[in-house]
Structures are given as C-alpha cells and as structure tokens.
Design a protein around this ligand. Structure first.
Ligand SMILES: Cc1cc2nc3c(=O)[nH]c(=O)nc-3n(C[C@H](O)[C@H](O)[C@H](O)COP(=O)(O)OP(=O)(O)OC[C@H]3O[C@@H](n4cnc5c(N)ncnc54)[C@H](O)[C@@H]3O)c2cc1C
Length: 534
C-alpha cells in the first residue's frame, strides 16, 4: 500500500519528525526571531532531518499473505510511526537518533482486521503499538523494550467514520481513528458537535483521546473526554466486547472507565458511542488583568466554585501572557469564555468578570453574541495556542530546551506548588544548561476543589545534550509534584515517560489488579509493553 505522510483529508504533507504540516513550519528567520525572546544565545537552526539518513533496517517480521494488504514496511511510514511529538522526540529526530523504528505499520479498515493482526502478533511475539494521531507527549507510541523481536505500529486512522447518529439520544457511533477535524466535519451537517478540542485537535484521534483520557476545550465541568462516553467497543487479544449504551448505570465498576486511560495496553478501542451537543449559538469572552498572581488564583477559585461554568477559564501568568500575545502590560491575565446552544451567556460573563474584579482584577465584560469578534487578548491567546507547537520545534532546532508539563492539585496545595515548580524547576534548568531559564504557568482547567496548572520551561540548551538535560529537569519536576501531592499528569497521560510518577501515585492493590487485568486480556504481553506496567 502506498504510504506517504500526505493527509488524505487536506492533501497537505504531515511532518514525520515534528509538529503538524510541513508547509506551516517556521522558517529559519522565524526560528531566530522567536529565539531572541529567550535569554541566552541559541545555535543556528539544525537542518530539517531526512528519513534517508535514519538507521532503518529490513523489517524483522513478515505478515502472512492474508494480512499483507493492510501492512507496509515503507521507510517514510515507519519513521513517522517511531515516536510521538514530545520535545524529546523532536530532538531525537533532529539528531538522527529516533527510538526503535517499528518494523511494520498496519492500517486496518475494520474490526476483523484488528483482531486478525492481534492474533498474528500474539502467535509470533510481535509487539503491537496502537497509534492514533501519534501526538503522544509521554513516549506512548514508541517501543523501548528488548523482549520482542519485531514491532508493529497499528495505525487506526483508516477507521475514521461517523457510522450512525441517534438524534433522540443526541449521540453518535464514531470509529476510533477519526482525527478531530474530520470527526467534527461529519457531525456539522447535523448541527451537532462533540466539542472536544485539545490543543492537538488537528492531529489526534477519538481513540487516542479515549485511550489517554484527554483534556479538551472545556475549562470547567466537562473537562475530559470521559464525560462524553456512552459506550466503547474494544478488541483485546483475548476477545472483543462492547459495553451497553446507557445514559448512566450503577452496575458495578464501569467497563468504560476500565478501558478509558488504558493507553493501548489492554485492548484496541475501535469505536465509541459519544454524547454530543448542539453547536453553540451564543458566545461571549473577556479578559481580566491582575497585578498579583496569587489574588488571581483566588478569583479563579471563586469562579470555579460559583455555578457560572465558563467554557474557557485560563489563567496566564505574566510570562505566559507575554508569549501568547495576551499581555496586559506585564500583568497576569484571566481569559474567560462562555457558550451555549440555547440561551444568551452575557449575564454569566458579566457575573464572572464581577467576581474577578472583586479579587483585584481589571476588565470589562463587553456585550457579545455569536457574531462579535472575541476579546482581543482572547483572540491573540487562541492564535498563539495553535502556533506554539510549531515554534517549539523551531526553537528545538536551535538547541533550546522548550517543553511543557501539567498537573492538578487541590486548591490548598496550588499556590505553594506553583511557587515551588517555578523556583526549583527553574533552578534545575539553569544549573543543567548554565543559562537563565524561564518557567511560565497557566491554569488550563479549574474545578470547585482544585486546579490544573500547566508549565512551560524554556532555556537555551547545550546542543547535543538536550534530551539528557530535559530528563534531568523533568526528574526534578516529578519530585516537586510528588512532594506536593500533585498528579503526575492531568491530561497528557502516563506513557513511558511518566511511569516513575504514576508508580508513586497509584495504590498498590490497584497496581496488582491492573497487572492481573493485563494478564487476562493480553496473555502474550504484546500490547504497548512498558506503558502503565512493566
Ligand atoms: C502540541 C500538543 C498539544 C497537546 N495538547 C493536548 C491537550 O490539549 N489535551 C490533551 O489531553 N492532550 C494533549 N496533547 C497530548 C496528545 O495529543 C493526547 O494524549 C491525545 O489524546 C493523543 O491522541 P492521538 O490520537 O494522537 O494518540 P496517540 O498519540 O497515537 O496515542 C496515545 C496513546 O493512546 C494509545 N492509543 C491510540 N489510539 C488507540 C486506540 N484506538 N485504542 C487503544 N489505544 C490507543 C497509544 O498506544 C498511546 O499509548 C498534546 C500533544 C501535543 C504534541
């Protein structure tokens, strides 16, 4: 089968090594201009890496003739499935040192294909890595072990259709390989939306979101994809199963919750009934500036504990606001957004801005409806949000260490946690590189009982040692999170990179139960070895 990195939906070429489309990559001049925002001097941009320079050998396994039409050993396809899109993945590609490159890439088109591929892999000891959009930032789609003689990347994106819509229950049966834009395009004619917009929306799939319990658009209430799941179909090496479609159920532990977040270790999610919404007709947004970050935290807590339920409630510290062009003269900025399909939201926006002002914020809630342009700072933040991953790759080409990590903790822990991360991770980054480092923070999701701080570390690196430097910085971050009882991940998943933090966080009986479940469903231990469990 032909295997290129061309996106069939858009005819644009996807980068095999970095973020997004190749025609959107920053050129050298934009890399250098962005690099000038960082303290310290950056190196000249590294050249764009070439698949031809990678150490891609002959595949160590050959599928039987009955499966050959589903499988390719094309070097371009193998390279594009070797890693995810974390900073350390981009650096390894740029330095020509990717992880283990899969021997084969399979693109099943129906459930039976998935079952047949799993049967073959189980019989021949071939590791299988389920692959959606490949946007994992935690080493979730690469093989790092030794125990398997061959590795198959199981790419679900040829299963990307909305199969059925139940308008009475306002839900849809959707195949797991649907990428965000194609999924929404199929729902739009029906006036419906899943309305799950992670930053990686363009390049990630429904199956990936479910397998990692992704966090999306909503800053409050429905923050995670979990909230929209009605039923799942999962194919495991030990058999397939579909949960009942129910609006709610109290029948024992939830089978859906069991597979949500299983990160390709227990089975392959092939389709899901998802709860939908009507497309929002009323929208309003505003930004509020604060002189003091800690007072802004109090304001956000007050909003999260009210019944206003903003769709967007992102708090950007001054560094984060500056980077995203939402800056109000060096202040902390709160970006607020409300939306509804049924009723105007202006009153809720005004009430939220009033709460923010009662905690020292400066801002107005301009009257708005669906046709109004968003608040200027909100618009700038949204554009920078989508451009940022491209710029990260540009900075990586110049030897900078630029990466993000996120967490969640209860409100009492949040202020000290953020201060400690800024101080200790900043010091670790400066020590590791010999350059001053910036550690910016934003709150991405907020809850009545706590918040999800998201950090961006940026520092001029030591060209050649960037991966080791980042690993040292991340080890300090993991320790700080653990000390503050903050989770190792709010929505980026565990993968291979977060195993140490996940192992510390989970209760031992739960870890034993997960191992037993793995033994039952994946007896030959072929599915995503090293993720969640040894
Ligand atoms: C720039 C950038 C921005 C991001 N923003 C967000 C964000 O806003 N919110 C967020 O939650 N995450 C975000 N992420 C992380 C990533 O996009 C999410 O983890 C996403 O859910 C992964 O989806 P995917 O389709 O790309 O899955 P992949 O990366 O292909 O796979 C992720 C994991 O799920 C498993 N998997 C994939 N498909 C299936 C399936 N059908 N059945 C079983 N297992 C499967 C894989 O084996 C792997 O372990 C971001 C990443 C990047 C690089």
């Amino acid at each position: 089968m032909p295997a290129t990195a061309t996106d069939p939906q858009t005819s644009r070429t996807r980068s095999w090594w970095g973020w997004g489309y190749t025609d959107a990559h920053p050129d050298d001049a934009e890399c250098i201009a962005t690099g000038a925002l960082l303290p310290g001097t950056l190196a000249r941009p590294l050249p764009i890496p070439r698949v031809a320079d990678l150490p891609i050998g002959r595949p160590a396994a050959t599928p039987p003739a009955s499966l050959a039409h589903l499988v390719t050993a094309d070097p371009q396809a193998r390279a594009a499935h070797a890693m995810g899109k974390a900073y350390r993945d981009v650096i390894r590609a740029l330095r020509g040192r990717p992880g283990r490159i899969p021997d084969l890439v399979a693109r099943p088109t129906r459930d039976q294909d998935v079952a047949d591929l799993l049967d073959w892999a189980g019989e021949h000891g071939v590791a299988v890595i389920p692959f959606g959009g490949g946007s994992s930032v935690v080493g979730g789609v690469e093989y790092r072990g030794e125990a398997h003689h061959a590795v198959l990347s199981l790419d679900l994106t040829s299963m990307g259709r909305v199969l059925e819509i139940d308008t009475a229950a306002r839900s849809a049966l959707i195949q797991a390989g649907a990428l965000g834009p194609a999924l929404e395009a199929q729902l739009r004619p029906h006036g419906l939306t899943l309305r799950h917009f992670p930053q990686s929306f363009e390049f990630s799939t429904l199956g990936g979101w479910l397998a990692t319990r992704a966090g999306g658009h909503y800053a409050t209430v429905h923050t995670h994809i979990d909230d929209f799941v009605q039923s799942l179909r999962v194919i495991t090496p030990a058999g397939a199963g579909t949960s009942w479609r129910l609006p709610a159920s109290g029948a024992g532990p939830s089978p859906d919750r069991f597979f949500l977040g299983s990160e390709g270790t227990l089975g392959v999610i092939t389709e899901a009934w998802m709860r939908l919404r009507e497309r929002p007709r009323h929208k309003a947004s505003a930004s509020v500036a604060f002189a003091d970050f800690h007072r802004a935290l109090d304001a956000v807590r007050a909003i999260a504990q009210s019944d206003l339920a903003p769709a967007n409630c992102r708090l950007l510290d001054p560094g984060e606001a500056l980077l995203s062009g939402a800056s109000h003269e060096g202040s902390t900025v709160l970006v607020l957004g409300f939306e509804s399909a049924t009723s105007p939201v202006d009153a809720r926006l005004t009430a939220a801005v009033d709460l923010a002002r009662a905690h020292g914020g400066r801002g107005e809630a301009a009257p708005a409806d669906r046709d109004s342009p968003p608040d200027a700072a909100v618009g700038a933040w949204r554009s920078a949000f989508l451009r940022m991953p491209y710029l990260r790759d540009g900075l990586a080409r110049m030897g900078a260490v630029v990466e993000t990590f996120e967490t969640a903790a209860t409100w009492g822990a949040v202020p000290a946690l953020i201060d400690a991360v800024r101080t200790e991770v900043g010091a670790a980054a400066a020590k590791a590189t010999g350059h001053p480092a910036t550690v910016n923070c934003r709150l991405t999701h907020v809850y009545p009982d706590g918040a999800a701080p998201y950090f961006t570390v940026a520092v001029a690196g030591r060209p050649g040692d960037e991966v080791e430097i980042w690993d040292d910085i991340k080890a300090v971050a993991t320790e700080v999170l653990h000390r503050h009882r903050a989770t190792i991940t709010h929505h980026h998943a565990v993968g291979r990179d977060h195993r140490p933090g996940y192992d510390l966080q989970r209760p031992d009986p739960f870890a034993r139960a997960l191992r037993a479940a793995k033994d039952a469903l994946d007896p030959h231990r072929i599915l995503n070895p090293g993720v969640l469990l040894d």
